[in-house]
Design a protein around this ligand. Structure first.
Ligand code: ATP
Length: 308
């Protein structure tokens, strides 16, 4: 089989003046976890729903298993597993009955007990949907997406709204699926999730891919060793002062976060403290840390991925 299970070329989808997807191209390697990372409204869902055959693009090509397809037909559906951002389940069916119902749609399917084990819901087989926790429900949605033993799974924000523990459990399931040779296409706005799981990340913003690569290389591309981050109410004259130094920095006005990039921690802190004294600037939450994907996004856009 081709190295790349899926390729898209120059996908476009406009809704009136909104360029939801604006010339997106990427290639997805067989057996990898591929992530579209971006803030709300970046165009992630539109992109994967085009690939899934749920939306019609204005332009662009989708090449699945080496063959260009104009839309996902029954043949492709047998190889694809999909979980949408919101899945309406029937509250008065049990977990097993729900899996059974989805199983009946496909000509080929996995054994339900095997799926239950994979999604760690073997002890909940007879529980009604209405009685599942958010995390359990989300795991079931992944189980439903894999009931036809697909080659490739599309998971749209599979951990949104989950607590950290439930999110970790979902990550373990996704890593296990990858071990079994599945290709996983994920959308998320959680940078830790993208960083932890992905073999390849495409960072999306306003309908475009603004950067792609493996998470480590993306982070390394920021070059400098450490970041000093502080909450400060920096006014324009302080920002001008900072600009006049050789320091590389970004200031997120919305969250009042100043991030200084440095390979000389002590002298940078010294400068920050001097600035704060001279300008009666209050510094809160001073931390020294290594760069992450959030910083990559911030340095590209000047904004954070955070929702609030
Ligand atoms: P989220 O995480 O919030 O779902 P996203 O990155 O998946 O964000 P999309 O849902 O793809 O983003 O939306 C991209 C843009 O297209 C947004 O501005 C959205 O309002 C717009 N959009 C999406 N679907 C439609 C539609 N059916 N009609 C009009 N505009 C739409």
């Amino acid at each position: 089989m081709a190295d790349f299970i899926l390729e898209v070329e120059n996908l476009k989808k406009y809704y009136g003046p909104v360029k939801a997807v604006d010339g997106v191209s990427f290639k997805i390697k067989q057996g990898s976890i591929f992530t579209l990372l971006g803030p709300n409204g970046a165009g992630k869902t539109t992109t994967i729903e085009i690939i899934e055959g749920l939306r019609v693009p204005d332009e662009g090509k989708v090449i699945f298993m080496g063959r260009e397809i104009s839309r996902v037909g029954n043949k492709e559906k047998e190889h694809i597993g999909v979980s949408l951002q919101e899945t309406n389940l029937i509250p008065y069916l049990t977990v097993r009955e729900t899996l059974d119902m989805f199983k009946s749609i496909f000509s080929k399917s996995l054994d339900i007990d095997e799926v239950l084990k994979m999604i760690s819901l073997d002890d909940k087989a007879n529980t009604y949907i209405k009685n599942l926790s958010g995390g359990q429900r989300q795991r079931l949605v992944i189980g439903l997406a894999m009931i036809n033993d697909p080659l490739i799974l599309f998971l749209d924000e599979p951990t949104t709204g989950l607590d950290p523990q439930a999110r970790r459990n979902t990550w373990d399931i996704l890593l296990e699926l990858k071990k079994r040779g599945k290709t996983i296409v994920l959308t998320t706005h959680y940078m830790e999730e993208a960083e932890f799981l992905s073999d390849w990340v495409c960072i999306m913003d306003y309908g475009k891919i603004i950067k792609e690569g493996d998470p480590k290389s993306l982070i390394k591309s920021l070059a400098k060793e450490s970041l000093i981050e502080a909450e400060v109410d920096a006014n324009s004259s302080i920002l001008e002062r900072l600009k006049s130094t050789n320091l590389d920095f970004v200031y997120d006005t919305k969250h009042k976060r100043l991030i200084l990039k440095t390979d000389d921690i002590l002298s940078t802190i010294d400068l920050l403290l001097r600035l704060s004294k001279e300008n009666s600037l209050q510094i809160k939450d001073l931390v020294i840390r290594q760069p992450n994907l959030e910083d990559v996004f911030l340095s590209l856009t000047g904004r954070t991925l955070r929702e609030e």
